[in-house]
Design a protein around this ligand. Structure first.
Ligand code: NAP
Length: 274
């Protein structure tokens, strides 16, 4: 069975639309450079915001923006009381220190949930904002009544925004997690063992049928484009067919991620009121 994200996205949006009737929230997206997939993602953010009743401002800065300029803009946004959330679109041009910029964002405005303060809260299992894509993965499993507790969960990919925080979240859900990366010695063995396999490595059709368990669950977080601009996940169609449940690409995790970003904006706002 193939599972999709549309219904989940709509459910999140309906809840936020209700809340948005009573408050005015503004998200600022800082986009430095001209990465094409980023532009598509930002269009998705604008659309979701418009439909939900949230203000979005996009600061489009040239690829040549200097570190000091980027820092100054983030400080200004931190100090602006009319700005409720700040998102720094990645990838950033290579000369910029992304880690420094991310942690310069006021953690009360960190809609991506990737400031060290918020990641610390995630590890210590405190309430708060969580990175959007891992949140989407967990929500997709829960929405489809797929138990995580006691399951062997293998995640391929350990990035700070996706695989790594997802491993923490899956552990908090009482899954037994194996986190794989490029130095994993016997990747096929790790993936084939998984009751729940999450592909989050960013390599088109990388997960082949020999790498998956018959009847397992596969969540594909990968977003890749071929030369014609067609979107593919990290999991090969034939591998997907071996699973009992597999998420769609396109139309799966990616559809929920934007909604999770806005969910974080509202969580931050509620926290500020406490
Ligand atoms: P990333 O920062 O490039 O990280 C990729 C991770 O995959 C790294 O940990 C890397 O290992 C691992 N990896 C790469 N090739 C591998 C291989 N051959 N074998 C095992 N591990 C391998 O990527 P990311 O930002 O996490 O994104 C991953 C994918 O998710 C991309 O397709 C991206 O577009 C997609 N994504 C989707 C959403 C969404 O909304 N659905 C959001 C964010 C990202 P090392 O650490 O050893 O290098």
């Amino acid at each position: 069975m193939i599972i999709y994200g549309k219904e989940i996205r709509e459910k999140i949006q309906q809840q936020l639309q209700e809340e948005a009737k009573n408050i005015k929230l503004t998200l600022v997206v800082v986009h430095i450079g001209d990465d094409q997939p980023s532009e598509a993602y930002i269009r998705g953010i604008r659309k979701f915001a418009h439909e939900t009743g949230v203000e979005v401002d996009v600061y489009s800065l040239s690829a040549g923006t200097k570190q000091e300029q980027a820092e100054r803009i983030i400080r200004e946004l931190n100090n602006d009381p009319d700005v409720n959330g700040i998102m720094l679109q990645k990838p950033l041009p290579e000369h910029l220190d992304g880690n420094l910029l991310t942690n310069l964002i006021d953690y009360h405005k960190d809609v991506e949930g990737i400031h060290n303060y918020n990641l610390g809260k995630l590890i210590s299992r405190q309430e708060g904002v969580k990175p959007a894509t891992p949140k989407a993965v967990v929500r997709m499993l829960k929405h489809n009544d797929i138990p995580i507790e006691g399951r062997k969960v293998t995640i391929v990919g350990r990035s700070t925004i996706l695989g790594n925080p997802l491993s923490v979240m899956m552990t908090s859900e009482n899954g037994t997690v194996t986190l794989c990366h490029t130095r994993t010695l016997d990747l096929i063995n790790e993936t084939r063992n998984a009751d729940i396999l999450v592909a989050a490595l960013g390599k088109m059709n990388f997960i082949t049928p020999d790498m998956v368990k018959e009847g397992g669950v596969i969540i594909d977080a990968g977003i890749n484009f071929d030369a014609n601009g067609k979107m593919f996940g990290d999991v090969h169609e034939e591998a997907r067919a071996k699973a009992s449940i597999a998420s769609a690409v396109p139309g799966g995790v990616g559809v929920i991620t934007v909604a999770e970003l806005f969910d974080n904006l509202f969580i931050l706002n509620r926290q500020m009121k406490k």
